[in-house]
Design a protein around this ligand. Structure first.
Ligand SMILES: CCCCCCC/C=C/C(=O)SCCNC(=O)CCNC(=O)[C@H](O)C(C)(C)COP(=O)(O)OP(=O)(O)OC[C@H]1O[C@@H](n2cnc3c(N)ncnc32)[C@H](O)[C@@H]1OP(=O)(O)O
Ligand SMILES: Cc1cc2nc3c(=O)[nH]c(=O)nc-3n(C[C@H](O)[C@H](O)[C@H](O)COP(=O)(O)OP(=O)(O)OC[C@H]3O[C@@H](n4cnc5c(N)ncnc54)[C@H](O)[C@@H]3O)c2cc1C
Length: 627
């Protein structure tokens, strides 16, 4: 049988220890054990099936998501899963839902922006899911411009309360996930007003729905914002709209780690920088970078396995056609994506470390690395999500016509993934933040302040001093070029972190060699993609450019026999991949054929509507009626 034999034979060609590579991909032996066990637990539970998702109506889809979320929570309690195991379980359930915002944004916001007392009061309720929360920042009129938010939180000294109000249509909260139909509470971002004075945007915990009957509390209008891109996909999420009509909350529900409002209505600033009000975004952007490697590796796994099964043209002496993975053009599109998946994995690992380091420093009142953490999370979120979204679409094309079928898993993966380029900060807006950080760093070069961390290379580049003067005159005018500079800076981080990874102790036969090949492919592919910039700035000569190209081709040949094993190292179950084309056993054609018959259109041989719309055409009744 074609597919079985092909993948088995590919696996026998691998020149490295796949089990050790699985450990490298997972991050540690322990993480591999947890993710392997939990992914199988999810795959073997019929409640977590996802094969009908793209065919359900919105209401059925949403109810099914609620059912899965409730079942996931039940299993977490029954099996007494640790926080790490529970997070893995939610990940492998693989369906965007209110739980993501509750655990991924609501709880981290209270942890990061609440005082000790506020954490003691709210976190136990949230951990036990006695309340369900979301993150309500974006409004109809403003998303990127957080300081432009219009929702007001006015202090009333008479009653010791804040009055939360939506003064205009554009101040309606719009987009928060989990808000539309599920959340009982939200962290709402609004303008703090005391005695008619505007003190800027702060976070407030607001109860939205009754804990008895789930109805909105008085003064609150709430609902879902409607269908989004794609079938199934992100429509499992109740992104919501929310308006307040003078809703009162107690004073102690303003998150007060950054600034406090006293009983007398005085604003007291603590010693932490005001930017910590934006802290949850730094945390989530860091998380999104790790998730990018998951989404990209998933698409690459599907496209690589299918490319080894699919044969077109080039009849060989044994009478069979050529596997499409053997075409150099296929390799030059696929292998850089394979390398990117590994590169994003390692830069994600590093970013997680950076985030933990910043957090520890913040606890010790050292705020010096916050600007760099902001720039790195913003820039890498932008770079990795844009490359992943483009990469998933490229994988669809690499699978030819069958890639367009929902059963390939790629259309839904694409539809679920692409909003990552917009949420948690539009990717261009985030790159402009990186550009601003770079300009600031350059402007300090002459002052004796040595650049540190990811900008340390700047101290070695003479021309940057002159560059600074030109940019200071026209940031907006030059912003398109500055965005390119920000991308280049982020690419440098990705490549450096891959190289640093290779400097660690990497056990397992041939594992290090494969990673070196992938690292070189990533770096040379980026060079190839931006060849014009490298040549025009004199960074490389045309001779070096052609040598780099030749080297890239030779690396593709080196990776070719290991390609299937390199995607096996992701250790994905067929359930997680949800792709007929990416099946572990390679049994593609019989399963594609079988899947087609499951479509509701095939429930009847003659379609509904035949008598009203097809028969009249065939019997020429419509034409006769016209004559
Ligand atoms: C795992 C969970 C599941 C994932 C599901 C995801 C669901 C999606 C959720 C969401 O989308 S929530 C909403 C997210 N919204 C955004 O990301 C909005 C994007 N906009 C911003 O982040 C910003 O406000 C902005 C673009 C940075 C604003 O730019 P502006 O120039 O107006 O800045 P200021 O507000 O004046 O601040 C300037 C000052 O602050 C520094 N800074 C900005 N952001 C941060 C930050 N996050 N952390 C630390 N510091 C920050 C910035 O560098 C400036 O510093 P200085 O130059 O003045 O020193
Ligand atoms: C699926 C999804 C889930 C979401 N979940 C949440 C949630 O849970 N909670 C929440 O609060 N929000 C959520 N959001 C909202 C999200 O954070 C915002 O949509 C995002 O931050 C982008 O802001 P915007 O919509 O205002 O885009 P805009 O800023 O209006 O962007 C429109 C265009 O303008 C450009 N642009 C904007 N400003 C500039 C500038 N200064 N310079 C150059 N170009 C610029 C952008 O690049 C873009 O091309 C979600 C959004 C989506 C799509």
């Amino acid at each position: 049988m074609a597919g079985f034999d092909d993948l088995a034979s590919e696996r026998s060609k691998a020149q490295f220890d796949v089990e050790e590579m699985k450990v490298i991909w997972a991050g540690s032996r322990h993480t591999l054990e947890v993710s392997d066990r939990i992914s199988r637990l999810v795959a073997n539970d019929p409640v977590f099936r996802k094969d009908t998702r793209t065919m359900l109506s919105r209401k059925d889809l949403f109810k099914n998501t609620l059912r899965k979320a409730a079942h996931a929570w039940k299993r977490i309690i029954e099996l007494r899963l640790s926080e790490e195991e529970a997070a893995e379980l939610r990940f492998y359930v693989d369906e965007p839902a209110f739980m993501d915002l509750h655990w991924g944004m609501f709880i981290p916001t209270i942890k990061g922006q609440g005082t000790e007392e506020q954490q003691q009061k709210w976190l136990p309720l949230a951990y036990k899911m006695k309340i369900i929360g979301c993150y309500a920042q974006t409004e109809l009129g403003h998303g990127s411009n957080v300081q432009g938010l219009e929702t007001t939180a006015t202090f009333d000294p008479q009653t010791d309360e804040f009055i939360i109000h939506s003064p205009t249509l554009t101040s309606s909260k719009w987009w928060p996930g989990g808000l539309g139909k599920v959340s009982t509470h939200a962290v709402v971002y609004g303008r703090l007003i005391i005695d008619s004075k505007d003190y800027g945007v702060n976070g407030f915990i607001v109860q939205l729905r009754s804990l008895d009957d789930h109805l909105p509390l008085p003064g609150i209008t709430i609902g879902d914002i409607g269908m989004k891109f794609g079938s199934g996909a992100y429509n499992t999420m109740d992104n919501g709209v929310l308006r307040f009509d003078h809703v009162r909350i107690p004073r102690d529900q303003m998150l007060m780690r950054v600034s406090q409002v006293t009983r007398e209505g005085k604003l007291v600033q603590s010693n932490v920088p005001w930017q910590l009000v934006y802290g949850t975004m730094v945390y989530v952007r860091q998380k999104i970078v790790s998730d990018a490697s998951c989404a990209l590796s998933r698409a690459v796994c599907i496209a690589t396995r299918y490319s080894a099964v699919r044969r077109q043209f080039g009849l060989q002496s044994n009478g069979i056609e050529t596997q499409v993975i053997d075409y150099k053009t296929q390799q030059s599109r696929l292998f850089p994506l394979l390398a990117s998946a590994y590169a994003f994995r390692f830069v994600g690992e590093w970013l997680k470390w950076l985030y933990m380091d910043v957090n520890q420093r913040l606890q010790a009142s050292d705020f010096s690395t916050l600007p760099e953490a902001h720039a790195c999370t913003a820039g890498l979120k932008s770079l990795t999500t844009s490359a992943t979204a483009d990469g998933i679409e490229e994988c669809r094309k690499l699978c030819g016509g069958h890639g367009y079928l929902c059963s390939s898993g790629l259309p839904e993966l694409f539809a679920v993934y692409i909003p990552a380029c917009t949420y948690e900060g539009d990717n261009i807006v985030l790159l402009l933040q990186v550009a601003r950080f770079l300009i600031k760093t350059v402007s300090q070069l002459g002052s004796g302040k040595e650049p540190v961390g990811t900008t340390v290379y700047m101290g070695r580049v003479e021309q940057l001093m002159q560059c600074h003067c030109a940019v200071q005159k026209g940031f907006l005018e030059l912003s398109a070029d500055l965005v390119q500079a920000a991308v280049a800076h982020c690419q440098l981080i990705v490549v450096s972190k891959f190289i640093e990874k290779l400097q660690q102790d990497i056990p397992g036969k041939g594992v290090k060699g494969q990673l070196e090949a992938l690292c070189n492919i990533y770096a040379l592919f980026i060079l190839h993609k931006h060849l014009g910039d490298f040549l025009s700035t004199g960074c490389i000569t045309p001779k070096q450019a052609s040598l780099a190209n030749a080297q890239l081709r030779s690396l593709y040949s080196q990776v070719r026999p290991n390609a299937i094993a390199l995607v096996d190292a992701f250790n994905y179950t067929d359930h997680y991949l949800s792709s007929v084309l990416g099946r572990y056993d390679g049994n593609v054609y019989p399963k594609l054929y079988e899947e087609a018959w499951k479509d509701p259109l095939n429930d009847s041989v003659v379609p509904d509507g035949y008598q009203e719309y097809i028969q009249p055409i065939l019997k020429q009744q419509l034409r006769n009626a016209r004559l």
